[in-house]
Design a protein around this ligand. Structure first.
Ligand SMILES: *[C@@H]1O[C@H](CO)[C@@H](O)[C@H](O)[C@H]1NC(C)=O
Ligand SMILES: *[C@@H]1O[C@H](CO)[C@@H](O)[C@H](O)[C@H]1NC(C)=O
Ligand SMILES: *[C@@H]1O[C@H](CO)[C@@H](O)[C@H](O)[C@H]1NC(C)=O
Length: 443
């Protein structure tokens, strides 16, 4: 039995900004924003002050919001982009925030005083944990606690970041319960398809589900038990350039539920078909969790046209030609923000390729997220209409936007190239994506 309430609840909450002032600004037709996060009793500005910010406009109130789930799933005006609230121990109360002059929402009440669950770190999926010692062999990648260089280890920051919890405004997310998740997945399959960010989400889930897992395999694609070993070309790529087939995992839960993971950088219809052919027929019990985007940056020095144009065409093909035809439920995981701190706030090979551009020492708050990805996805869904009713959005962008200090680059990984990894996240952030999955899939 599935109830609809939690998704609309989660989604709605992600979109409400009762205490948090945020500004939308426009630059070359793209909405941008500043975010503020509530943290440790202080109002911390999480917004990046950046060139062009001068023209930004304060929105004291988000527009009325018709609902997120069912029917209105993608009717979100762009001004509704909002910040997630991150509340850590001792967070300011709503009253204090109001006294400090923060705007009160006209949207339906429900925030109220901080909810007991959210002040209780027991709600954290696992709290502060070390993947190396606490996760199974098939959930070991992307470990922030094991920084690559000793000088990059930062136990205080780990402690601070891993204690932050995501707390939606209007309702509480369900408490993570591996047994509840297992029950929900009985006789079903979760099929993760995407790039390394999807791999991260899988790794976190593998960790969170350890108590209910029978066995698993997680390998790089070249070591996988798969017949999909050929080369596939990315749209608009030269013939000689092939899509990187990255990771592969199969996990079986004790009750027979399965998690299948197939990670590759870009969508290609033949690759997609070959991967699905190997998994056997889909049923309405299957859940596909899909996302692409990291390999389609807004700009790329090496590509004649913005890779984002290829993203647009690929998403449309994927939704219309594939996902809309399946009996399975699809969740499109919204693209996660990056915090490279460049002129656009995103990773751009343009910046990296320019002579004299200094190495990035750390990740920066971002005002300019990669949320144009979402806008395109929404327009494809709208156009597709009822045919795409089985494709739903899994909103993780906003809840992740403020977490610029929980990237791998902050803890050493990905610094070797001189360009700190401000794309991948530590499990403390990604665990919450799985909580959202739990809430939209199982309640
Ligand atoms: C788990 O999978 C591995 C690799 O496929 C296999 O060697 C091992 O025997 C399996 N263990 C169990 C308990 O099924
Ligand atoms: C490899 O995949 C095939 C086909 O899916 C399956 O029958 C076989 O059991 C797999 N082998 C291992 C070692 O997992
Ligand atoms: C997908 O890959 C195949 C095999 O390399 C190639 O023939 C096809 O053109 C690719 N699709 C696109 C849209 O590039």
């Amino acid at each position: 039995m599935r109830r609809r309430a939690p998704l609309s609840c989660v989604a709605l909450l992600l979109l409400l900004v009762p205490l948090i002032g945020f500004g939308g600004l426009r630059q070359q037709g793209t909405a941008q924003r500043r975010t503020r996060i509530l943290m440790g009793g202080a109002m911390a500005a999480g917004g990046m002050s950046q060139a062009g910010a001068a023209g930004h406009k304060q929105y004291s109130q988000v527009a009325d919001y018709a609902g997120y789930d069912g029917g209105a799933t993608f009717d979100q005006p762009e001004t509704l982009h909002s910040a997630a609230r991150i509340v850590s121990e001792g967070a300011v109360s709503i009253e204090k925030a109001l006294k400090a002059g923060h705007k009160k929402s006209k949207l339906p009440p429900g925030g109220g005083p901080p909810k007991p669950l959210c002040r209780n770190y027991g709600q954290l999926p696992k709290g502060i944990y070390n993947q190396a010692s606490e996760c199974p062999a098939w959930g070991q990648d992307f470990n922030c606690i094991e920084g690559e260089r000793p000088e990059d280890r930062n136990p205080e920051l780990i402690e601070q970041e891993y204690r932050k919890i995501f707390r939606p405004h209007e309702c509480d997310l369900p408490k993570w319960d591996p047994y509840g998740f297992e029950k929900c997945l009985k006789g079903r399959r979760i099929i993760f398809i995407g790039d390394s960010l999807t791999w991260q989400m899988y790794n976190s889930l593998a960790c969170l589900l350890a108590p209910v897992t029978a066995n698993g395999t997680a390998v790089t694609w070249d070591k996988a038990n798969t017949t999909v070993t050929g080369d596939y070309k990315g749209r608009e790529w030269p013939e000689s350039r092939h899509i990187l087939k990255q990771y592969w995992a199969d996990v079986k839960l004790k009750n027979g539920g399965e998690i299948l993971v197939r990670c590759f950088g870009r969508y290609n219809a033949s690759l997609w078909d070959d991967v699905f052919a190997e998994m056997g027929p889909l049923t309405d019990r299957d859940v596909i969790i899909a996302n692409f985007g990291a390999w389609y940056p807004r700009f790329n020095f090496n590509e004649p046209r913005a890779p984002f144009e290829a993203f647009k065409a690929d998403v449309k093909d994927l939704f219309v030609d594939k996902l809309s035809k399946y009996p399975a439920q699809t969740f499109w995981r919204s693209n996660s923000p990056t915090h490279f701190g460049g002129a656009t706030g995103t990773f751009t090979a343009v910046e990296e390729g320019l002579p004299g551009v200094p190495a990035r020492p750390k990740c920066e708050p971002a005002a300019v997220g990669e949320f144009w990805f979402r806008e395109h996805v929404v327009s494809v869904l709208k156009e597709c209409g009822a045919a795409c009713a089985k494709i739903r959005l899994m909103p993780i962008f906003d809840m992740t936007l403020a977490r610029y200090e929980s990237h791998h680059g902050t803890f050493g990984r990905g610094k070797d190239t001189g360009f700190t990894d401000c794309r991948h996240y530590c499990v403390n952030v990604v665990d919450w994506w799985n909580i959202v999955l739990y809430s939209i899939m199982c309640f």
